[in-house]
Design a protein around this ligand. Structure first.
Ligand code: AMP
Ligand code: ZN
Length: 486
């Protein structure tokens, strides 16, 4: 039984898919005006681990959609003629703002997918539709909202009437809104607005000179323009998943206004009480205890870290050591510790595979079941990845490879393969062949002989020589192994 924290109910509730053909899940994706930073990566890692847990531990098929916001204030600003953010890889700028927008966002959408891939996110399983491919669906929804009496046209734009909506519906189901600050009649055109005030938000923005625009016939008017940000997720999730679907995810900052407004739009236009059964929000990432920001000089993209010699999966591992509902404090020490811990798991995998040899066994059929149970329980408890990893380490220290029968080792390999399909932290494969230089082999043999003869001083001296030459000698019962110094 999987239990998940639901922002709608403010409690950890048992999860069951609404339909028996599997789980339908929608995640608010990136605005493709820049390369994703590691805070964004946390927001994309969370739904990845969630869908993997639902599949591997829950046994459910999952349909996962993460939209790409390729039209908003920032993509328009940064793709405009003369923008300093235009790059030669995007080609030449044209006189058509929509074509410029396409070239600009296509470039950053490809960068985004490449980052997801290096970060172990399941790009094969996630659909990444572009907002600009769903303009017709957004227009239909805006018309429906108007017909239902919750929208109005003003100065060539269309707005959502929050006062009319809240007279008959709860506004603030996801995020406690202080209606004291409700500013009736105040209209907000920006895609992002202040959390402290509630105002009518824009559904469709009238065309501005030099900006991309689409024709829009509504209620006898012609209103060329472009969609607001919130409407895209309502229309796309409705079109791609059907309402209500099972789980909607995003960062905590999206609870209000973005998600609250998505939900209001769906209720107003599609006449559903719920857009999604569960709403789940990941907390933020900080760097060395501070908000990550360019001005503080603590702002990193995944590539910045790779350029410093950091492996993306060490960052993934470090992030998994925090629960998604807790703030994650990114530190370079933390990533170094994650690297050591991850190497320990990888080493264990290699050793257990070696013990298993040609044997095959399902997890259920041996010692692997205990591993599946302990790790699976933690994951099923609101995706508690820190407890799940702790359970993995307890298991590793309780099941040393040399104490295992080949059958149990094979069963553990099967469990590790399945759990790694959630964590994505190691490679489930044989230890790669090490090419050990002849002179190192000679030194190691000499040391093994000294050790066998209980000549401890000589044995220690030769071990130090090997270490200084870059090799760690590990003593087994009957033989030794050599590994490159980490
Ligand atoms: P954006 O591309 O700005 O629309 O952001 C994409 C996602 O990244 C949103 O779900 C945000 O909630 C999330 N996000 C932005 N900054 C952070 C951060 N520092 N930590 C965690 N998530 C973040
Ligand atoms: Zn969204």
């Amino acid at each position: 039984m999987i239990r998940l924290y639901n922002t709608l109910t403010k409690s950890v509730d048992p999860f069951e898919p609404l339909r028996d053909d599997g789980v339908r899940m929608y995640s608010c994706g990136p605005t493709v005006y820049d390369v994703a930073h590691i805070g964004n990566m946390r927001a994309f890692l969370f739904p990845d681990v969630l869908q993997r847990t639902l599949r591997v531990i829950g046994g459910y098929p999952v349909r996962w959609v993460m939209n790409i916001t390729d039209i908003d204030d920032k993509t328009i600003r940064d793709s405009a003629v003369g923008s300093p953010r235009w790059r030669s890889e995007m080609g030449e700028q044209t006189t058509d703002p929509l074509e410029n927008l396409r070239r600009f966002t296509t470039f950053f959408a490809a960068e985004f997918l490449a980052d997801l891939r290096t970060f172990g996110i399941d790009v094969e399983r996630v659909a990444n539709p572009l907002a600009t491919d769903y303009i017709a669906q957004m227009q239909d929804l805006i018309r429906d909202i108007l017909v239902a009496g919750y929208g109005y046209i003003s100065d060539g734009s269309v707005y959502f009437n929050v006062a009319a909506y809240s007279a008959t519906h709860a506004y603030g189901r996801l995020f406690a809104i202080d209606t004291q600050n409700f500013r009736e009649g105040v209209r907000i055109d920006a895609d992002e607005y202040d959390r402290e005030s509630v105002s009518d938000f824009v559904l469709w923005k009238g065309r501005k000179e030099g900006e991309p625009a689409w024709d829009f016939a509504i209620d006898g008017h012609q209103l060329p323009g472009r969609p607001g940000w919130h409407i895209e997720c309502s229309a796309m999730s409705h079109d791609l998943l059907g309402l209500p679907f099972d789980i909607h995810t995003g960062g905590v900052d999206l609870r209000f206004p973005h998600h609250e407004d998505e939900l209001a739009q769906c209720t107003a236009g599609y006449h559903v009480h719920d857009q999604a059964a569960f709403w789940m929000h990941n907390e933020f990432l900080e760097v060395e205890g501070k908000k990550m920001s360019k001005s503080l000089g603590n702002f990193y993209t995944m590539r910045d870290l790779v350029n410093r010699g950091i492996h993306p999966l060490d960052v993934r591992f470090a992030m998994l050591q925090a629960h998604y509902r807790a703030v994650f404090n990114f530190t370079f020490d933390g990533v170094a510790a994650a690297r050591t811990a991850r190497a320990k798991v990888q080493d264990y995998v290699y050793d257990v595979i070696a013990v298993a040899g040609d044997h095959h066994a399902a997890a259920e059929d041996g010692a692997g079941q205990r591993l599946m149970d302990s790790v699976g329980q933690a994951l099923a408890d609101d995706i508690h990845t820190p407890r799940a990893l702790a359970a993995l380490f307890v298991f590793i220290s309780d099941h040393a490879p040399r104490t295992l029968t080949p059958h149990d080792a094979a069963s553990i390999v099967d469990a590790l393969r399945r759990l790694n399909d959630v964590f994505v932290i190691v490679a489930i494969e044989q230890r790669p062949e090490q090419i050990i230089p002849d002179d190192i082999r000679v030194l190691a043999d000499e040391r093994w002989a000294a050790r066998t003869a209980k000549n401890w001083a000589e044995s220690d001296r030769l071990r130090d020589v090997l270490t200084s030459r870059g090799w760690t000698m590990k003593d087994g019962k009957d033989t030794y192994t050599l590994e490159p110094v980490d």
